[in-house]
Design a protein around this ligand. Sequence first.
Ligand SMILES: NC(=O)c1ccc[n+]([C@@H]2O[C@H](COP(=O)([O-])OP(=O)(O)OC[C@H]3O[C@@H](n4cnc5c(N)ncnc54)[C@H](OP(=O)(O)O)[C@@H]3O)[C@@H](O)[C@H]2O)c1
Length: 314
Amino acid sequence: MQAVLMERTGGPEVLTVREVPDPEPGEDRVLVDVAAAGVNFRDVYEREGRPPYGGELPRVAGAEGAGTVVGTGERVAWLDVPGSYAARVAASRDELVPVPDGVPLDVAAAVMLQGCTAQYLAADSHPVAEGDWVVVHSAAGGVGLLLTQLVRDRGGHVLATVSTEEKAELARDAGADDVVVGYDGFPARVRELSGGEGAAAVYDGVGRTTFAAGLTALRPTGRMILYGAASGQPEPLQLQQLALHGSLYVQRPTLGTYTRTPRMLRERAGAVLGMVAAGRLDVRIGGRYPLAEARRAHEDLEGRRTTGKLLLAV
Ligand SMILES: NC(=O)c1ccc[n+]([C@@H]2O[C@H](COP(=O)([O-])OP(=O)(O)OC[C@H]3O[C@@H](n4cnc5c(N)ncnc54)[C@H](OP(=O)(O)O)[C@@H]3O)[C@@H](O)[C@H]2O)c1
């Protein structure tokens, strides 16, 4: 089969397409024909060899996708099966969730990781309540577009931040009430929009360039949720800052915590795929690349040139 191999860790150039034998499922796993694999920041970190994404080399990259089980034809999707940038992958039943009728496999592959992330952010990290104002950074990105829709679905209001006018348009289409282009001044803007109160939560996947300002955007007892660091890790936080800005909370969540049992994975992914099937969650596929161009997909994601979700079509 065709697969994208990492023979060493490093930049996008370490991704090479090779013919390799099909994976061996053994007794406790099934073989799945991959229809599409998701491209995520997680894959960039794995490629760079950043903890906790170590492992033996060479190996096949990627972790997310959707496809059909060989032999039974069941339609399934997953978000944490190593070796997903390939024509076939071996997975345990616990790692797979059924894809409802009416949800195309490429859409399922596109929504698993970022959709489940957006879902726990809006429902658990800060359970958005009717009328809450929140800030969603990089709102035209994969998580950002889904999170904006989920906050609105729960009756909350979104101040989005993005880097360009084109991305602002996408954030508005996803339901953002207002958009700051260029990240400057978002704390003052959300304060104004919320009648002087400030944001109930700041959802920050950008990190270094936005975190400190985000603390000044929150209402008393508001929640700073740092779920990623696309621009690099923020400076260490002096806990006293939380008191100075009004008894704030900070969380650094990971999707793994919120999908740590097969049941949690099935319920969360089922909720997300159910919303897609019902037409309540729009999944924007911003780029499709053949497996052979995985390298270019990584360059585009890191280069800030993408919107929505990137897929490798197998
Ligand atoms: N904790 C979790 O459970 C979890 C799960 C999934 C993803 N994540 C994290 O969430 C973040 C977003 O993931 P995603 O897949 O949805 O990516 P994405 O938002 O589609 O892409 C990243 C976006 O970040 C913005 N950005 C700002 N400064 C940047 C910089 N210096 N370099 C690159 N991008 C920059 C860009 O948007 P603008 O051009 O609009 O600024 C860019 O498009 C990532 O940090 C990822 O690791 C965390």
